[in-house]
Ligand binder design. Structure first.
Ligand code: TNX
Length: 531
């Protein structure tokens, strides 16, 4: 019967002389519905049951009438599904129990928290319920993964667009689930950052940390110190043209990230990693002489001049202007690899600078070297050590955690997306060793730092340093397939952690990335479906 209909529609299409690629060849099996337990990050609870729901030409997306945000999320979902399905998928506030139904608030959503959701699929409807819009958004990402991978294509595909029956109840393990992009070593445009944001959102990452300044480039306009961007941002690693964001560019990144339920965390790295600033203003240097711009990849050679008053005028202006662009709570002040700053100077600098962040209404994040100074109350320390990090340095972080400093975990030999996968990786660095897909996934943030209380862990972050990366394709090759593993560590309950099950789920993402044009690394540890 299906065969006959297929043949008939083939004839129709042939007669019309249009679309050919989208129609499956006779004998090709229709894609089965994706099992509910194939999602990354693994949901907290999955109960398969009953009939599948099938998306059809008449399907509507029903949203509550009183939430503009819910409507926007529905519009975003429709925008994702329309190209491949070819369905109109109108968004309506008219009540009804069929189609794709959003529910926001209400008694049964209270337990779901700020980001959780429940997705119920079967028969006439697939319903996403959440207490807050962020939960609806995350539910939409789950819904996406339950549809066949072809739904990610930009041209019309044949269905059927089935979603297996059952219920997923889901909420994150950690509130902080980050990814960092280094736009300093190589500059990435607003569009490139947006593309990455869309990829991060698929895996329920909710923080985008932008590394906005370093020795090789200052990437954001500071009105009171204009040469930072125009001169300090004029080059990059390798000597290329560099670039910088205007304030409007930056606002656009922040706005776009917010529309994908990510908060941008700006980082201005200090007192080291500051050659671009020192080159832009002679007055910032202890000797009053500006060094040349730097386009190499060494670290640890630059420092702001700690005893000088001009340094704190600069820091105050920069933090004030960056804070004003930042709706989120956090401002990252770096603090890593200050090898050219005497320890006492480093401590004095951090003692002076952290209150400036507070003065402008923000909370400090620093790389974990901050725990060697006096982390401010409420500050987060980002741990980027690795298996060779000395016991003393590790202990310093553990002790700070015991005293109440919350931690973001980015162990370099696990979570650094710029580490090579293996010796043959064409991109990336290897100072922390090779990080294959299993190594990136197979650790537990809650118990990773021996001696640190699990309750001190605010979450995880996957940094992507860009010394060797110049294009979106480069970013994607390093981030995929490791990023989803870090995302899962941040979102899924510890009991869901299981490499053997994970690698099966990961394999199922391959065709989705193919459909999206993401050139991921086909790691040999994963049984990717043949293309
Ligand atoms: C260490 S991680 C750095 C960066 C480099 C990175 C390369 C950290 C806080 N500092 O300056 O880009 O290694 O992997």
């Amino acid at each position: 019967m299906r065969r006959r209909r297929l043949l008939f529609s083939l004839l129709l299409v042939a007669a019309a002389g249009t679309v050919t690629a989208a129609v499956p060849q006779p004998g090709t099996a229709a894609p089965a519905a994706t099992p509910l337990d194939r999602v990354i990050p693994a949901p907290a609870s999955v109960r398969p049951a009953g009939d599948a729901f099938t998306l059809g030409a008449g399907t509507r997306i029903r949203v509550p009438g009183n939430s503009g945000e819910a409507r926007q999320i529905a519009g975003y979902l429709a925008g994702l599904l329309r190209p491949a399905t070819g369905f109109a998928l109108p968004v309506t506030t008219r009540g009804g129990a069929d189609g794709i139904v959003f529910r926001l608030g209400g008694r049964d959503t209270r337990g779901l928290g700020a980001e959780g959701y429940r997705l119920t699929s079967g028969g006439r409807a697939v319903t996403i319920s959440a207490a807050r819009p962020a939960g609806l958004f995350h539910g939409v990402q789950t819904l996406r993964q339950l549809l066949p991978a072809a739904v990610e294509k930009k041209s019309r595909q044949s269905g059927p667009w089935r979603i297996a029956g059952g219920t997923i109840s889901d909420a994150p393990r950690y509130a902080y689930r980050g990814a960092m992009l280094d736009v300093s070593r190589h500059f990435f445009t607003v569009d490139q950052v947006k593309r990455y944001i869309d990829q991060l959102a698929q895996y329920k990452i909710n923080k985008l940390h932008l590394h906005l300044s370093d020795d090789q480039g200052w990437r954001i306009v500071i009105d009171s110190w204009p040469r930072l961007a125009t001169y300090g941002g004029s080059t990059q690693v390798g000597g290329g043209r560099g670039g910088h964001y205007s304030k409007d560019d930056y606002r656009e990144i922040v706005r776009y990230a917010a529309s994908r339920y990510l908060t941008v965390i700006p980082e201005i790295d200090m007192p080291g990693h500051t050659n671009a600033a020192l080159a832009s203003y002679a007055d910032l240097n202890c000797n009053g002489e500006a060094p040349p711009l730097y386009t190499g990849t060494k670290v640890g050679f630059s420092s702001l001049c700690v005893p000088k008053k001009a340094t704190y005028d600069f820091v105050d202006d920069v933090i004030r202007e960056i804070a004003a662009l930042t709706p989120g709570r956090y401002l990252h002040i770096g603090g890593d690899e200050a090898h050219s700053t005497a320890h006492a100077d480093y401590v004095a600098f951090m003692d002076k600078v952290q209150p400036v962040v507070a003065k402008y209404g923000k909370t400090v994040i620093g790389w974990h070297q901050l725990t060697g100074a006096h982390p401010a109350k409420g500050a987060l320390a980002q741990y980027w050590g690795y298996d060779k990090t000395g016991a003393e340095e590790r202990q310093q972080v553990v002790d700070a955690a015991k005293r109440g400093t919350q931690l973001i975990l980015s162990p370099a030999d696990r979570a650094y997306l710029d580490m090579k996968y293996d010796k043959d990786s064409p991109l990336g660095l290897n100072w922390a060793g090779y990080v294959d897909v299993r190594r990136a996934y197979d650790w537990d943030p809650g118990s990773y730092l021996a001696g640190a209380p699990g309750s001190a862990v605010a979450g995880v972050e996957a940094p992507l340093w860009s010394e060797t990366l110049t294009t979106s394709a480069n970013i994607e090759y390093m981030a995929f397939p490791r990023l989803p593993g870090i995302a899962e560590l941040g979102w899924s309950p510890a009991r869901a952690h299981d490499w053997d099950a994970y690698r099966v789920r990961l394999a199922a993402q391959g065709p989705r990335w193919d459909a999206q044009g993401i050139g991921y690394y086909r790691a040999p540890e994963v049984a990717w479906p043949t293309r």
